[in-house]
Design a protein around this ligand. Structure first.
Ligand SMILES: [Zn+2]
Length: 466
């Protein structure tokens, strides 16, 4: 780095960024010989993601890719040579973490033909997430094995966008497989164990399976299969998460040692037996309320479909697909549409009950499946969680500190504390007053610098700052 005398302006940041981009990967240590100039954002309301009350008039000190101090003005001193930006009136909160998403299953977000599972397309979706302030996502199965080399490329700094974790292919009940669907479909417990061991050779971050009968239209994975999968996953030292729908299956999965629920329970109200079993082992639940809302949102033309912040991030052609009579008629003619609506209402009631009982509530959307758009849906999910009765702070903590802890990254990212990655969003209004204010996205920061973010004011992404 040049030793030009530092000035208190962001003109310096240009030089600063050139130095940073050669560092190997997000989260990696910067070489100590090139100590980066510190950057300070002062005056904002700071929501740190731990659940502690927001700090009014905060000071956030960033060095390289990391936060070195965060706290109240006066309590945190501003380093002498730091580049200081006054962000009074703004709110800063950690970047969102989506614990349930999918990659490579669509090209423009709405289409679903096979052949999209490429590194280029996955990278495009990771960048889409990031542009909406989602800096971490967890792919929950339906991956090709290619995901593991893409993950290695991301760790090597070859692709950017949101940091991701991956389950790999995932496990489904046996049946006719679509050739583009590479999920494991074990017929016996022995096959299930062999498949888990094969998966283990790729070092997945966790395992995902589906235990559901699609509202009675399909076959459900047999208990002896999922028991073998969970047991073998634990023997291979990774956790097992399940797509589930019914309360009875949830209890049976818990008894088998399941580590997390990928969706809400939607057939009936949760009970004390379930709550006690979840709390005993710290098992989390990801509500994915927006997943159920999308099942009818485009036919109902819900208000958010017209939201400029939603439309600003859409790829060319996507809006035409979700507004087409083909899409709308298909939804309207779906005989299960009343069940989807009822399922969402049950999911909301259960979320409120589980949260009140102290069960660990995670955050995820199931975005990345065609017509479930990465990036925007995470903001909509926060709104639905608040509609369900959570406070904005509870929804934000689920999406930040709690999810980071579940992913084993609590010391690295997810909260705005010293030693964590400088990954956050800057908002023009306070989401604790109205959770919809997360859409008032002023800037997205990753690895200690602003990155291009979606703006509701235009229909394209923009660089939030030079
Ligand atoms: Zn999913």
């Amino acid at each position: 780095m040049k030793t030009a005398k530092p000035r208190h302006s962001f003109a310096f940041l240009g030089v600063f960024l050139l130095v940073l981009v050669v560092y190997p990967r997000a989260g990696a240590q910067a070489p100590t010989q090139t100590k980066a100039r510190q950057v300070v954002l002062k005056g904002a309301r700071l929501i740190d993601g731990t659940g502690r009350p927001a700090i009014e008039n905060s000071v956030l000190v960033i060095e390289g890719k990391q936060i070195v101090a965060a706290g109240k003005a006066g309590a945190v001193s501003i380093p002498k040579d730091a580049a200081v930006e006054d962000v009074s009136g703004k709110t800063i909160m950690p970047a969102i973490i989506n614990l349930h998403g999918h990659l490579g299953l669509s090209n423009n977000g709405a289409d679903s033909a096979a052949g999209h599972y490429t590194e280029e397309n996955v990278a495009k979706q990771l960048n889409k997430y990031l542009s909406y302030g989602v800096a971490t996502m967890a792919s929950f199965g339906q991956d090709d094995d290619l995901i593991f080399s893409i993950r290695a490329d991301q760790h090597a700094g070859k692709i950017g966008g949101a940091r991701f974790f991956a389950a790999g292919r995932g496990f489904l009940e046996p049946g006719k497989a679509n050739p583009a669907d590479h999920r494991y479909r074990p017929q016996t417990a022995e096959e299930a164990r062999a498949d888990v061991r094969e998966l283990a050779t790729h070092h997945p971050d966790y395992l995902k399976m589906w235990v559901d009968d699609g509202l009675g239209h399909g076959t459900k994975m047999k208990p002896e299969i999922y028991r073998a999968i969970i047991d073998e996953a634990h023997k291979q030292h990774f956790r097992a998460f399940a797509h589930e729908y019914y309360l009875a299956d949830a209890k049976s999965l818990l008894a088998a040692g399941l580590d997390g629920f990928a969706h809400s329970i939607r057939d009936q109200a949760v009970d004390n037996e379930l709550i006690a079993a979840m709390k005993a082992r710290g098992v989390f639940l990801i509500p994915t309320l927006v997943r159920d809302e999308v099942l009818f949102a485009y036919a109902d033309n819900l208000k958010w479909v017209d939201d400029p912040f939603f439309q600003a991030g859409l790829e060319p052609g996507a809006l035409a697909i979700i507004r087409s009579s083909q899409t709308v008629d298909k939804i309207r003619q779906d005989p299960d549409i009343a069940k989807y609506r009822a399922g969402l209402e049950m999911a909301k009631k259960n979320l409120k009950a589980l949260s009140a009982a102290g069960v660990k509530i995670a955050f995820g959307t199931d975005s990345g499946i065609p017509t479930r758009f990465p990036g925007y849906l995470e903001h909509r999910e926060l709104q639905l969680m608040v509609e369900a009765g959570l406070t904005p702070m509870q929804a934000i903590v689920a999406a930040t500190g709690t999810n980071a802890e579940i992913l084993g990254g609590a010391k690295q990212f997810g909260t705005l504390q010293a030693g964590r990655a400088a990954e956050f969003i800057v908002l023009d209004a306070n989401p604790l007053d109205d959770i919809r204010n997360t859409e008032k996205l002023s800037a997205v920061w990753q690895a200690g610098k602003p990155v291009p973010s979606v703006s509701a004011k235009s229909t394209s992404t923009r660089a939030s700052r030079q």
